[in-house]
Design a protein around this ligand. Structure first.
Ligand SMILES: [Zn+2]
Length: 433
């Protein structure tokens, strides 16, 4: 009997929690955005007084707003393109249960101010976020020319580890290295980019060393090149793998346990030591957001790689695949693993050995990588400093070239123009190299 009454109390307690829970939660009812040349104002209309914290992160620029015990009612998708300063607004893993974390992905650096206004005529409590774009000082830009985007290229296996072996005896390690070398040559030949090979010859490199090397070289991306294999000869086609969330979570735990190791993480170490010192929650937050960013970038890049590779080879999977692979585990920069085809398939084994096919594959990967970083340039990179010019009435290519002190051929090349004609309103990239 005693047990039963304990049970009753427990069930009652549970019911009370269930009933009381939602009633206490604040609600984010709607978000309004207004934009002027001076600033962008984001107003969060809340059902109750907000309890919040807001902080900014760089690389990429973001404003993060943590709202205590808050439910999201507002539609975020409707907000796209309401300010040129905001790329999008999304939710992210909140710090605590029932909390809401909003992430405003910004298109450029901005300072922020917050204020809470009392109930509006409609009864909303308003959290006002003002974002003011911080213009880059042109003289500092001139003083520090942007850096190259660094691509780490990792040819899988090597040395005592041959990888998979094809039906006519081809080793995976021997076909992925020339693809990696050709990709490096392509990247190196592109202004604003540079690449390095994690393995430059036929020797063994451990998986841990591979991502550590990329971190040491301050890579913006690590691409691991492999060839697939199966027990039967039929399966064929390429695929691209990114880190699964579960593995990402366990890796995060490992990084957080190793305080001495945290500072090795790119970018994150800096932010953590500046703003949080010994606060483990903030460290977790920064690491969380950095990892999330790497994963989003990896997935976006994986999709565009598949699109490009699909033009030169068959695809095994047309969507990015998720796996718990050691070489993908870095939380601080995006990493991808490309299976260039099935070496166990006789046709693809032949293809993978063919230098012409290897070149096509390297080309496809290079195009995807370049496109990705051109639309998401790291803030301190040369690509981020790129200027654009909108063609006005009466302007010719030579007029524009003179104005920016570049040559007409350089201007044509940067914009892949085949003729000298430009149309009014056309946006031209001004080459910085
Ligand atoms: Zn492999």
């Amino acid at each position: 009997m005693k047990n039963l009454s304990w049970m009753k109390t427990w069930v009652l307690g549970l019911l009370l929690t269930l009933v009381a829970g939602p009633a206490l939660a604040n609600q984010l009812e709607r978000i309004r955005i207004s934009h002027s040349p001076e600033k962008t104002r984001v107003v969060l209309d809340m059902s109750g007084k907000p309890s919040f914290s807001a902080f900014r992160l760089t690389g990429p620029d973001r404003l993060v707003v943590d709202l205590k015990t808050t439910k999201l009612k507002a539609k975020l998708t409707a907000l796209e393109k309401s300010s040129p300063l905001i790329r999008r607004i999304r939710t992210s893993n909140p710090q605590g249960d029932g909390d809401l974390r909003l992430v405003l992905d910004l298109t450029q650096s901005a300072s922020h101010k917050t204020q809470v206004l009392g109930a509006s005529p409609q009864g909303y409590h308003r959290l006002v976020l003002d974002l003011v774009p911080t213009s880059r000082n042109p003289s500092t830009v001139a003083a520090s020319p942007g850096r190259n985007v660094v691509i780490g290229i990792d040819a899988g296996h090597g040395g005592k580890d041959p990888g998979s072996i094809g039906p006519s005896g081809t080793y995976e390690k021997d076909v992925v290295l020339p693809i990696a070398q050709k990709l490096k040559a392509k990247i190196d030949a592109t202004p604003g980019f540079e690449a390095f090979l994690v393995r430059e010859g036929d020797y063994f490199v451990s998986l841990d060393q591979r991502s550590a090397k990329a971190r040491k070289k301050k890579a913006d991306l690590l691409v691991s090149i492999h060839a697939d294999a199966f027990t039967s000869p039929q399966p064929r086609g390429a695929s691209v793998w990114v880190l699964s969330l579960r593995r990402a979570n366990s890796e995060m735990g490992r990084w957080l346990e190793r305080d001495d190791k945290l500072s090795e993480l790119r970018g994150i170490g800096e932010v953590i030591s500046q703003s949080s010192q010994d606060d483990p929650h903030l460290q977790r937050t920064f690491l969380d957001l950095a990892r999330e960013n790497s994963m989003m970038e990896s997935q976006a890049l994986a999709s565009s790689m598949l699109k490009q590779m699909g033009q030169v080879t068959r695809l095994h999977k047309s969507k990015p695949q998720f796996a718990s692979l050691a070489v993908l585990k870095s939380p601080d920069f995006p990493s991808l693993l490309v299976e260039t085809g099935f070496i166990s398939n006789p046709h693809e084994e032949r293809q993978l050995r063919d230098p012409g096919h290897q070149r096509k594959m390297a080309n496809a990967l290079s195009v995807a990588i370049q496109n990705h970083f051109r639309s998401n340039p790291p803030r301190d990179s040369l690509l981020a400093q790129r200027q654009t010019h909108k063609v006005q009435r009466g302007e010719s290519l030579s007029v524009i070239a003179r104005r920016y002190q570049v040559s007409v051929p350089a201007l044509k090349q940067a914009n892949q123009l085949k003729s000298d004609t430009v149309r009014i309103g056309q946006e031209l990239v001004i080459p910085t190299l």
